[in-house]
Design a protein around this ligand. Structure first.
Ligand SMILES: Nc1ncnc2c1ncn2[C@@H]1O[C@H](COP(=O)(O)OP(=O)(O)O)[C@@H](O)[C@H]1O
Ligand SMILES: [Mg+2]
Length: 488
């Protein structure tokens, strides 16, 4: 099935079609053993990745996939439990790889990892076919990222501007607002199509995402692929490939696609189950070496081609300050940027809880104007100075007037936060957000340039206009005065 990789596009389609019509059902073997979810099959030379069917008697056939070989026998990982599988059961090869029906009819729909619609609505007409484990486009066929994509999240659009075809990670613990953030993007982005892969979440979380975060508005341009935590590791793994294949289909149609994968950690955990079952040695945290090979394969499939783009956000679960978590570690190296969600901000009610200083967009300088970059730099600097002095400020040990930059960081704090905070149901267009950022940075610059002893300059409420309920712009100079008074 790797054949398509070495031939041109047109030929690939032909080979691919033939492949799926090759009579493979004649290849059979017999079950000789089961280990957990793995069935060991004798006399069965099916290739790795082949879809097979175990002919159980009472329970009916169940599907699985060839994951490896050991001692001359074939290892098959099942889609469902091994209950009912008996020694001597026949195993039949169904297909050399998985194929998905694709088309415009996918829009607005919810599917499972195998492409079956699970939203209770009628099956649409889908004429296209896509292989779910397609190869990433070659590096030479990837134009440079040159244009921004509006995510509809002010903090990202202004300070972590994301480009069409960029791949970013959202690193966060549980309950800090990942799903809400992804939902906001789905509703507010200017991408043509949004494909969301929900991998390994609980059933309740999936419903919550569909009803609360996506809503009718977000669903219109969306396709959602779901594999819940109770499904087999193989199914969870495939959900990521299926979502990516759907995004690839729309990219081939010339669309700007936004791919949201929640979470890539659960995807890696699924591979851990399968890899260990196939006899791989466990490494850090029990992850098998194949996990490290699989993540780049998945991430590389996103990106820009001459037809269209897939801009992708992969969520990565991080609990505590665990720097050595292998999935987070590996993903950081693969991505063109990362967005950290901070529990500290979330507990303060600062949503979206994006920790700007820990986050970065590596393509921002290629896709934004020098003016935008300079403004972002000014705001970052003030945020950083504030963070450095936060302890002193909170105990009132900082005396206003000691340092001009700190004074401005304190004075402008609320105005900056107003730009970065955003209610769930409101969003300003990209251009407007950039305009507000530049205006805010100009105000900061005026203050930075003013002599330390000059009277407080009133803050214009520009930043507050970004949101419909952005009333938080207070005369922050008062803060500074309070701090100074406390220090006396
Ligand atoms: N933008 C936001 N505005 C207000 N509250 C939010 C926002 N984002 C998250 N929350 C709060 O945090 C809770 C958890 O968010 P959720 O996105 O479900 O977390 P996660 O997916 O990271 O587990 C939500 O139920 C909500 O109360
Ligand atoms: Mg969630």
């Amino acid at each position: 099935m790797e054949a398509g990789r070495f031939v041109g596009k047109g030929m690939e389609a032909t080979l691919f079609d033939n492949l799926n019509h090759t009579p493979t059902a004649s290849l059979t073997g017999t079950v000789s053993e089961t280990i957990g979810m793995t069935v060991v099959v004798a006399d069965f030379p099916a290739p790795v990745g082949a879809v097979v069917r175990v002919e159980r008697e009472a329970e009916g056939p169940c599907e699985g996939e060839v994951v490896g070989f050991r001692d001359g026998r074939t290892l098959v990982y099942l889609q469902s439990a091994t209950a009912g599988v008996r020694r001597g059961n026949k195993v039949r090869m169904v297909r050399a790889g998985r194929v998905l029906k694709v088309g415009e009819g996918l829009l607005g729909r919810v599917l499972d990892a195998h492409g079956t619609f699970i939203d209770g609505r009628p099956q649409p007409l889908l004429t296209g076919r896509a292989r779910i484990d397609r190869q990433p486009p070659p590096a030479t066929e990837r134009p440079r990222i040159r244009e921004p994509l509006s995510t509809g999240v002010h903090a990202i659009d202004s300070l972590l501007t994301c480009g069409r075809g960029q791949r970013l990670g959202i690193f966060a613990g549980s309950g800090v607002g990942k799903s809400v953030l992804l939902g906001m993007m789905t509703r507010n982005t200017n991408a043509d199509v949004i494909v969301t892969g929900l991998i390994g979440e609980r059933g309740r979380e999936v419903n919550e995402f569909l009803d609360r975060d996506l809503g009718v508005e977000g669903m219109k341009r969306s396709v959602v692929v779901v594999a819940t935590s109770n499904e087999s590791a193989l199914t969870r793994l495939q959900a990521a490939s299926t979502a990516t294949a759907i995004a690839e289909y729309f990219r081939d149609q010339g669309k700007q696609v936004l791919l949201l994968m929640d979470s890539v950690t659960r995807f890696a955990m699924a591979q851990r189950e399968i890899g260990l079952a196939a006899g791989e040695p466990p490494t850090t945290r029990g992850y098998p070496p194949s996990m490290y090979a699989l993540l780049p394969r998945l991430v590389e499939r996103a990106g820009q081609t001459s037809q269209g783009s897939i801009t992708a956000f992969y969520t990565v679960l991080v609990e505590g300050d665990d720097e050595n978590e292998p999935v987070a570690d590996t993903m950081r190296g693969l991505l063109d940027g990362h967005v950290w969600l901070s529990r500290k901000l979330a507990t303060r009610g600062h949503y979206p809880a994006i920790d700007i200083l820990s986050s970065i967009s590596r393509v921002m300088k290629d896709i934004t104007s020098p003016q935008h970059q300079a403004a972002a730099q000014t705001i970052r600097k003030l945020l950083s100075v504030y963070a450095e002095h936060e302890d002193l400020l909170s105990i009132g040990a900082y005396r206003r007037g000691s340092n001009r930059t700190v004074d401005v960081a304190v004075e402008m704090r609320d105005a900056i936060e107003t730009l970065l905070r955003q209610p769930i149901d409101s969003a300003a267009p990209y251009e407007k957000v950039v305009e507000l950022l530049i205006a805010l940075a100009e105000q900061c610059q005026v203050r930075l340039a003013a002599p330390a002893t000059s009277p407080a300059i009133p803050i214009q409420g520009a930043a507050g206009a970004a949101t419909t309920s952005g009333g938080a712009t207070q005369p922050s100079a008062a803060n500074g005065t309070r701090v100074a008074q406390a220090a006396r």
